[in-house]
Design a protein around this ligand. Sequence first.
Ligand code: TRP
Length: 464
Amino acid sequence: MAKERAQWTGRLGFVLAAAGSAIGLGNLWKFPYITYENHGGAFVLVYLAAIAVVGVPIMMAEILLGRRSQKNAVGAFRVLGQDKPGGRLWQGVGFLGVMTGFVILSYYSVIAGWTIRYIMMAVSGELGSLAHDPAHLQAFFGDFLGNPYQQIVFHSLFMGATIGIVYFGVGRGIERAAKLLMPLLLSILVILAIYSFWTPGFAEAMHFLFRPNFNELSASGVLEALGHSFFTLSLGMGAMLTYGSYMRKQDSVPRAALTICALDTMIAIMACIIMFSIIFSFDFEVTKSSTILFTTLPVVFFQLPGGAAVSALFYTLVAFAALTSTISLLEVVASYAIDELGWGRRRATLTMGVAILAFGILSAISLGGNAALSSFNLIGRSSTAGVFGTLDYLASNWFLPVGGLMIALFTGWILSRDETREELEEGNGPLGWAFPIWRFLIRVVAPAAVGAIIVSVILGAEYQ
Ligand code: TRP
């Protein structure tokens, strides 16, 4: 008989770990810059709608699949798909998820590694002297990306931290890290938000973010908002499924899903308020919006009192947010190896972690040259920057939407109404009218919306 499955110690542990997965570079880097590119207001509104109508129902679906099956992404589809139409084929969805986790982590950790460099520079004072001249900082950043040795070192450090946490397992590793890092992250964010409130650009930032002007929003912007709602919520590859498999039966899936989505959204909006308030406080031209986080913000930070402290705090925040995301990505791959290949946790974490680290080196060394600097794109739609850009393009344009579509179809059409109802009500109590609404969203609305992303990618729609 296999060992009993690990569990979160309670509701808070699960919610913090899952929110930690969701809140990451997607919130702090990608969302502000795509919001900037899409002119704020209307884009933000569509993004909020996408979270509510597609994100929340799929979040509930993934957690439900995990908790019901008590398995990893592959095992969940095997167990729940048995004797159903499609049968064993559904395992492929889980397998795609595990591979996607492997791929995303390999390049995500490279970017996450940059935060270590920035914390070091903020503390040493180096960042301050670079930031006094935007051109200097830009040149430094270009050199840094083009330095394979440094890229490998910081990527390895970040993977090392990720492996170190996942190694200790669900309770002693992941949950403990989340309980330590998430409150710290929230506190830092609140401090920065209060700070931004007193900057002269605050009013303009609010205006930019919350006054929708639909003439400024393109069709591709709508699809981008939808696609981003997947990435930012860690949906479409079984990350929430895996975390859900450690959830206790007495806790409520719908309530947890709502809390996670609310926290993630709140933090994305706060990140925008902070960054835009600071940016709008100065006559600073954002030349390359995708590098706001690393080339614009430091310049602005150092025009303010306490620049060194603010930037050290800020990059620490980004590093923590990224770390609670990378551990969830590794956990998807590790739990697959543990459940399906019968490996021990330590072997699974070390082997898979090192394999991902090695694979990530391809991304780390492909950032060189100014071509990369001017075209790289974290989760963007263009596939121009070598290995890094190609993997990113594949993962976010193909793997996550296809995975999300399959998860919605499986939960909505393959599982029975009673099965899903039972799992959603377990630990929650009767859902009443909310259940038919969820079921309609997961059967019809979410597949249609996600299908639209996929079709537009196939037709080669311009996104950026
Ligand atoms: N959601 C994280 C972010 O916004 C990234 C992430 C972590 C992720 N785990 C994931 C994305 C699983 C997709 C799938 O930065």
